[in-house]
Design a protein around this ligand. Structure first.
Ligand code: NAP
Length: 307
């Protein structure tokens, strides 16, 4: 494949940035990729494993001359990072991000970007519970959705070029409005993560009662929860704090449903439980048919692909 951007800057060098680098390198999609992370330890690791063509100790050096700048940092610091890089942004450059929440990122990043710089927010619906510069792999985005969330007046050419990059990295690209994105993701990702965190927390409390039996006899359902609940604490703290309303709305509905199921169990209403589980089973089948998961009991998060 041919070069889509001559110069790409990756700000933040964790799972998503490192996966983007390996995918771009594999297919020759970028002329030169620079990278920056605030901790010297992360920059040293990146240099050691050949992550990025050039690792910069100064964030402005990484951004200078870049045609595409990708903010791969936790949602809560996107605005601060945008403010830091603004003076070095090249006129005509595109700034995008990979944050899991979109409205909060648009509001915190947008005001810092100078006139003449194109802002095209985005979110890859791909990830694992691993984080850091060693966790990335080129196949992460393959056959996964990447949602572009153009802002008002987003330049059509800039959107099309960014779409071409994500498609070349293997993703299926769709465009979505920011608030709609945040609600959909609250249902499909954010609330499920909170439920997993809760379930693992409950089991941890119980472990103190039953010794190590929860770990020893951990069944598939609980193991899947523990995989999700091992996700990066900073990232997920920021997701909940910045997608507060949509997450609370979905959790409210979840709690109501839980009470209904709880009552059905108490009253021995097997018909209700059976009907409910039949409906949910059909959803699982349609996700597999849509190619968004396999039958493997790991929530399709590629746990077997990369340790
Ligand atoms: P990660 O592996 O935890 O890496 C985060 C990176 O951000 C680290 O390199 C960290 O640098 C850097 N960073 C933190 N604060 C910074 C700051 N103030 N300035 C510059 N860099 C900073 O994270 P990730 O999983 O790649 O997630 C990155 C973004 O992608 C998040 O917004 C997340 O919501 C989104 N996302 C994640 C997933 C997923 O499953 N993980 C999926 C889709 C989208 P140090 O190493 O020096 O601390």
């Amino acid at each position: 494949m041919s070069v889509i951007y001559d110069r790409v800057a990756l700000i933040g060098l964790g799972l998503i940035a490192s996966s983007m680098f390996w995918a771009m390198k594999r297919d020759g999609l970028a002329g030169e990729v620079t990278g920056y992370a605030p901790s010297a330890a992360t920059r040293d690791t990146a240099r050691e494993i050949g992550l990025c063509d050039r690792i910069c100790d100064d964030i402005l050096d990484a951004v200078e001359g870049a045609d595409l700048v990708v903010l791969c940092v936790p949602v809560g610091v996107m605005g601060t990072v945008a403010e830091q890089i603004a003076p070095a942004l090249k006129p005509g450059a595109t700034v995008t991000d990979v944050g899991s929440v979109k409205r909060a990122v648009i509001e915190s990043v947008g005001p810092h970007l100078p006139e003449g710089v194109h802002f095209v927010p985005g979110h890859p619906l791909a990830g694992t519970e691993h984080s850091g510069p060693r966790s990335g792999f080129a196949e992460l985005f393959e056959n996964r959705w990447h949602l572009l969330v153009p802002v008002e007046n987003s330049d059509a050419g800039a959107v099309a070029r960014l779409r071409a990059l994500w498609e070349a990295m293997g993703a299926n690209v769709d465009e979505m409005e920011a608030d709609h994105h945040d609600l959909v993701l609250a249902v499909t990702s954010h609330a499920p993560h909170l439920i997993a965190y809760t379930m693992v927390g409950v089991a941890d409390d119980l472990r103190r009662v039953t010794d190590s039996e929860v770990i020893k006899y951990s069944a598939a359902g609980f193991r899947d929860f523990t995989r999700i609940a091992a996700s990066d604490p900073t990232m997920w703290r920021d997701v909940f704090l910045s997608n507060r309303e949509a997450t609370l709305e979905i959790l409210g509905r979840f709690t109501e449903e839980l009470f209904v199921l709880q009552r059905a169990i108490r009253e021995g209403d097997g018909e209700h439980l059976h009907d409910y589980f039949t409906r949910t089973r059909a959803i699982r089948r349609s996700i597999i048919e849509a190619g968004q998961d396999t039958d493997a009991p790991d929530f399709g998060r590629g746990g077997g692909k990369k340790a």
